[in-house]
Design a protein around this ligand. Structure first.
Ligand code: GLN
Ligand code: ZN
Length: 784
């Protein structure tokens, strides 16, 4: 073979001499593929722009894979995953593997190449992309398979076996990872034209033969292990779904013979019924559990864990950036060892490391102390190995000692704990925080003051962010632009945006958010208890990454954050100018959060900071304040049994921010999620005066909840057009949508607005679209 001679040799020569006793084994569920400096992102974007060719892209990808494998091999990880790399998304890779290409791409069979693959991911000039949605409760988005009874599945992408062989050529025996058939099907949606009630699981018989082909291929290539990711098992599956699960794996039994099989679950506890099903699978060698988020699974393991099977214990958190508390993990591992027996425990990560930042080595700006509390993916690999090794009598005492010093320093640091804030939160938890007057009464008081027309028009906050704006903000941060010049530039931008809105005839204005890079970062940078990385990127979808702030300490607001900007903007117009804030739940859900206190504690602290801001804005004469809770829906726990608790504290945190304002101050909120029918009662309970919501893709879905008779007495603005697309909606089309809404919503409560901020659009698009929106509102208004 074309084996690279360097890799195995390097590994062997690094083997420490005391490494004699058998270690507990170690395993990594999956690894980030974007690269420590987003190398894959830049390679993809340059390829898409036609600036570089296929070879360049493939080279970058191969180098990334090689360095990841090498890192794990050097760290002496026993079970190293392959096929966890992806050019875009692992669900899309599975769709390609199964040949489940939607008919609109006119695919004629054969191996799926880059053109088709990226068309499915991103669309092309003539065909739109496949839909994308959140991967469980993470901020990672996968491409949703579109399936129906007519799909002809076929083995159409050999990526899994190609990557396995690539690693083998480097001297590494890896564990190929596939998304399991159940998770794949249950995360799919019925294709367009297929009945909504179509049972996706009925396709199991059609996809399993393809899985069998893949398994045969992997075996032929020399694979000894296979990992099926089946995170769907942590959801509330019903009996028939669980039955289908065991049928599927029984069906594959003959193909699995000769392979060691790992079924990996993650993101939560496996419910008792699902656990039973899982344990009854004959063909499985090992089971993987998330023991960071799912501590109850240990109770199930205690009662029933089949003799001789391996337990992959996910004790190193794949979803956060904190250094592992090694001695606490040792205790957990010890407990497990006592239950399942020596050498049956494999130390692992709680889930794929895809959801954490890549490598702490590149954080040169973070202060030393804070850095000593953290571990990104590269460091977590080392932690997994350190834990495994300590069971063989080869415990790295120095490493464990330094780890416990770091843990202790974090626990006792005055940067982390602020007694006053802790006290405040303890107090607020005791009461309910509601505005003293009913929403209908408040709306009347507000209307007296604001005197808005029926169907008032507004926008969500941001206006297009030009390259110039981004540059000036960067230069200001780097202190290359003075305060005065910076303020002047932003002021001019506001003036432009205000003038445009006045010319268009919009009723409630926004300043356009020119001073903000990002709706969370802007606030995080001004609050204490937050830190920012230089390279802590996490893949969000495709080449898109986010760099979540790290909340490490108790949160306080040293000084007002938006009052200066909002007052400046309000002075530019006679019309009401919305003060614009990000809500506590969204700040929480889009950050790496503390693991040393419950999420809701942190959320309440942020709520108190935002409350101070709301009240300062009110004092400064801002009469409409919008508190965005774009990410409220996405924090919803996976398991139904935990959802109520979350919704209760999340909604409570929101109410804390604005329960203190006068009746005449109008509180808006905004949500980026149209699929909220199941949480409508919580949304009502937020008790905002006006809510604007994403509604771009289907009026029916959103409005059906009102058809069903849910009473919504507050103001509501379901987006009348999709800002994610460059398409300009016509006035007629918008008018038609407004009319549809009026069929279920009172004209007194309906607002007219786009479905989200305009940040990513061009001015030309924004002008035409808003102009049509205002015409539509005026037309319908005249017909009321
Ligand atoms: N106010 C923000 C904006 O307009 C809201 C963005 C969002 O909902 N994601 O950009
Ligand atoms: Zn939005």
């Amino acid at each position: 073979s074309s084996a690279s001679p360097s890799l195995p040799c390097t590994t062997a020569s690094r083997r420490p001499r005391f490494y004699v006793a058998r270690a507990m084994s170690s395993h990594i569920v999956g690894y980030p593929r974007i690269g420590p400096k987003r190398e894959l992102k830049f390679a993809l974007e340059s390829f898409w722009d036609g600036k570089t060719g296929v070879d360049d892209l493939q080279n970058v990808a191969a180098n990334l894979r090689k360095s990841i494998w090498k890192h794990m091999a050097d760290a002496r990880i026993k079970y190293i995953p392959s096929n966890t790399f992806s050019y875009y998304d692992q669900m899309l890779d599975t769709t390609a593997m199964l040949g489940a290409v939607p008919p609109r791409y006119n695919w004629e069979g054969g191996e799926i190449g880059f053109d088709l693959y990226f068309s499915m991911a991103r669309g092309n000039a003539s065909v739109p992309a496949m839909e994308m949605t959140k991967w469980f409760d993470t901020n990672y988005h996968y491409i949703v398979p579109e399936l129906g009874p007519d799909v002809n599945f076929s083995y159409a992408s050999h990526k899994a076996v190609v990557e396995f062989k690539e690693a083998k050529a480097l001297g590494l025996d890896t564990v190929p990872v596939l998304i399991g058939p159940m998770t794949y099907l249950l995360l799919s949606k019925p294709a367009k034209g297929v009945e909504k009630s179509f049972c996706l699981l009925s396709l199991i018989d059609k996809i399993l033969p393809v899985y069998k082909e893949v398994l045969a291929d992997l075996k032929a290539a020399g694979a000894r292990w296979i990992q099926f990711d089946e995170p769907i098992l942590v959801m509330d599956l019903d009996t028939s779904q669980l039955q289908a699960f065991s049928d599927a794996y029984s069906y594959m039994e003959s193909s699995l013979a000769g392979l060691n099989v790992l079924i990996a679950t993650y993101f939560a506890d496996v419910p008792a019924e699902a656990y039973k099903t899982l344990m009854s699978l004959k063909c499985v060698t090992g089971f993987g559990f998330d023991l960071v988020r799912g501590l109850e699974t240990i109770d199930l393991i205690k009662v029933n864990f089949p003799r001789g099977k391996l337990l992959f214990a996910g004790v190193v958190d794949g979803r956060n950036i904190w250094a592992n508390d090694l001695s606490a993990s040792l205790k957990t591992l010890q407990t497990l060892e006592d239950i399942v027996g020596k050498e049956k425990v494999v130390v692992s990560t709680s889930c794929s490391l895809l959801h954490t930042a890549v490598d702490l080595v590149n954080e040169i700006k973070l202060d030393k102390e804070l850095k000593s509390w953290l571990a990104f993916a590269a460091q977590k690999v080392i932690e997994v190995n350190a834990l495994a090794k300590s069971f063989s009598g080869a415990k790295d005492e120095a490493l464990f000692a330094s780890n416990s010093i770091r843990q202790a320093s974090r626990r006792s640091s005055p940067r982390v704990t602020n007694a006053a804030v802790q006290q405040d939160v303890a107090t607020i938890k005791k009461s309910d925080h509601r505005r003293s007057t009913e929403v209908s009464v408040r709306l009347q008081a507000q209307q007296k003051k604001l005197n808005l027309p029926a169907l008032p028009t507004t926008t969500i906050g941001s206006f297009p962010q030009t390259a110039d704006l981004r540059r000036i903000r960067r230069e200001f941060k780097a202190k290359k632009v003075s305060d005065i010049d910076y303020v002047q530039t932003i002021k001019e931008e506001y003036e432009k945006v205000v003038k445009l809105q006045e010319e268009l005839g919009i009723d409630v204005l926004v300043h356009g958010e020119a001073e903000r890079n990002d709706m969370v970062e802007f606030f995080g940078e001004q609050l204490s208890g937050f830190a920012f990385t230089s390279n802590g990127w996490v893949q969000s979808y495709g080449s898109r990454c986010v760099k979540p702030p790290i909340i490490f300490g108790d949160v306080t607001r040293p000084k007002a954050m938006t009052v200066f900007w909002s007052s400046m903007a309000q002075k530019m117009t006679q019309r009401p100018m919305k003060g614009m804030l990000t809500g506590p739940v969204t700040i929480l859900n889009w950050s790496f959060v503390r693991n040393d206190q419950p999420r809701h504690e942190t959320c309440f602290q942020i709520a108190l900071a935002i409350k101070d801001e709301v009240e300062d804005l009110e004092k400064a004469g801002v009469t409409i304040i919008q508190i965005d809770e774009a990410a409220l829906r996405e924090g919803l726990p996976l398991r139904k049994s935990e959802q109520k608790f979350y919704l209760d504290w999340a909604v409570h945190a929101f109410r804390i921010t604005n329960c203190g304002v006068q009746d005449t101050t109008q509180i808006h909120t905004h949500m980026c999620y149209s699929n909220f029918n199941d949480i409508i009662h919580s949304i009502i309970d937020m008790d905002a005066d006006v809510i604007t919501i994403e509604n771009s893709r289907s009026d029916e879905k959103l409005l059906s909840v009102f058809h069903e008779g849910v009473k919504y007495g507050a103001g509501i603005g379901p987006g009348v057009y999709d800002i994610h697309s460059p398409r300009i909606p016509s006035a007629e089309e918008i008018a038609e949508r407004i009319n549809k809404m009026l069929a279920v919503l009172d004209s007194k409560v309906l607002w007219v607005n786009p479905d989200c901020g305009l940040k990513t659009r061009k001015y030309s698009e924004v002008k035409s679209a808003l102009s049509n929106m205002v015409s539509a509102a005026k037309l319908i208004r005249s017909q009321l």
